[in-house]
Design a protein around this ligand. Structure first.
Ligand SMILES: *Cc1c(COP(=O)(O)O)cnc(C)c1O
Length: 450
């Protein structure tokens, strides 16, 4: 059978839908999309009807215009998922960020004096109150905070680190590499599993710039182990007149123990234990935007503020505005979205599962079945790496799981789950009840069969 020849580009552009597309996207983009749609017809795909080709072109344009950073549904069970952007901001922090985007703010402007002010000053009072420190500065993230401290205080000199704490956080953030990039010399002490106070003491000499303690964020060394408590290390450092820097990583402002998670020192505790400087992240357990904090001794903070790298790593007004509100909410004792997810009772998650189960079952492609399953959620982003929080997942099985996972990722609002033991798990801990309707609406465009 002879196939109908596809219409010309100009013929398709006469279609009402094509005209509308030109009005909103411009001639060049629409012509390109129409060409692509015609090529697909030639390749044996669809019908040669001009109206259908205009509709195909509209679909091509819609796909091309989908943002690579469009919102997704985090059903992984990892609350602070680095690949999904970590912490979500509170409504108050979002409002402050939006206002700062739309309006001028007194970023480096002293409103009392009417002259130049200091960028990080807006947060220093809050940080002093929440962490008990006299000085603070803010940079792009905690990796930058560590880099600035090393470059500013230890360039060309030695930094003492336990072999049990020579971490790789991910990607190129490996402590020896950071050390090298900052121009500092790594002086390793102790062994992988055990480091003693005398190991540190023996390494201190005229070349020592500082002692660095690093939180084992994403691993645990178990068995025959010992490390030196920060308090003992602080006493040793003071005795020798070298600063102790404690890289806390996540750096929580609240105790994790009430969540049933292993207790970690809060920032205030790390400061009270005698660290001269403490570094931590803005978008891990703190629950704010991406940022890095250095808090501690004012004289050291002042030196770091004058370092040229500080200028290259500084925070913009949008994130500073969001951080200020995030910190203020701690002072008010309010939960941000991260702490809401961390504290959510499992019974409440199970109730959400019961509500969602029949509706999700009705939206799945043919052949798939779904049930509720006990699941383990985790904090993520290098906090309590081996601990889990009880959770509930929708467990989907009965068809090709990789294909289903791909179909979920291809949605306009992608749904990100996890395949485990023959099921695709969609963990419900991070789905706020008020967003359940929107989640179901996102699933509604799954194909009816795979
Ligand atoms: C996460 C982490 C970092 C890096 O922090 P970012 O804010 O992701 O740059 C550095 N050190 C430790 C111990 C961490 O856990």
């Amino acid at each position: 059978m002879e196939r109908t020849r596809p219409p010309s580009v100009s013929r398709v552009l006469e279609e009402p839908q094509a005209r509308q597309l030109v009005a909103s996207h411009g001639q060049a983009l629409v012509t390109g999309a129409v060409r692509a749609a015609i090529a697909a017809v030639r390749a044996g795909g669809g019908a040669a009807d001009p109206a259908r080709i205009a509709a195909d072109a509209a679909a091509i344009l819609a796909r091309a215009n989908r943002s690579a950073l469009r919102p997704v549904w985090n059903m992984t069970g990892t609350i602070l998922h680095t690949n999904l952007g970590r912490a979500l901001l509170s409504d108050g922090a979002i409002a402050a960020a939006s206002a700062a985007m739309a309006r001028p703010v007194a970023l480096e402007y002293d409103l009392a004096e009417g002259g130049r002010g200091e960028r990080d000053a807006a947060l220093s009072g809050l940080l002093e109150e929440l962490t008990g420190t006299e000085g603070s500065l803010l940079v792009n993230n905690n990796a930058a905070a560590v880099m600035l401290v090393l470059a500013g205080l230890a360039k060309g000199r030695e930094v003492i680190v336990s072999r049990g704490e020579l971490i790789e956080i991910g990607g190129a953030f490996r402590l020896p590499a950071i050390m090298e990039a900052a121009g500092a010399m790594l002086r390793e002490v102790g062994t992988t599993n055990r480091t003693h106070l005398k190991d540190y003491a023996e390494a201190i000499g005229p070349e020592t710039a500082l002692i660095l303690k690093v939180h084992p964020s994403n691993y645990r060394i178990e068995g025959f182990t010992s490390d030196v408590p920060a308090g003992d290390l602080a006493a040793l450092a003071r005795q020798h007149g070298v600063p102790l820097v404690n890289d806390l990583g996540s750096g929580t402002l609240r105790d994790l123990a009430p969540l049933g998670l292993p207790s970690e020192p809060t920032v205030a505790e790390a400061v009270a234990e005698g660290a001269d400087l403490v570094t931590f992240s803005g978008d891990k357990l703190l629950g704010g935007p991406q940022a890095g904090f250095v808090v501690g001794r004012q004289d050291l903070i002042d030196r770091l503020k004058r370092h040229p790298m500080k200028r290259a790593m500084r925070l913009d007004k949008v994130r500073l505005a969001a951080l200020e509100v995030t910190l203020r909410e701690y002072r008010q004792g309010r939960d941000n979205p991260t702490w809401w997810a961390l504290q959510r009772p499992v019974a409440e998650i199970a109730a959400a599962g019961e509500r969602l189960l029949p509706q999700v079952a009705a939206l799945l492609p043919a052949g798939f079945a779904v049930s509720l399953r006990d699941n383990s959620a985790q904090v993520g982003s290098g906090a309590a790496p081996t601990a889990t929080l009880p959770s509930i997942a929708l467990a989907i099985s009965g068809g090709p799981l990789e294909e289903l996972a791909a179909a979920l990722r291809a949605l306009d609002e992608p749904v990100i789950g996890r395949i485990s033991h023959g099921s695709l798990l969609l963990d419900l801990r991070c789905l706020p009840p008020a967003q359940e309707g929107a989640f179901l609406a996102a699933l509604a465009s799954l194909p009816s069969a795979l």
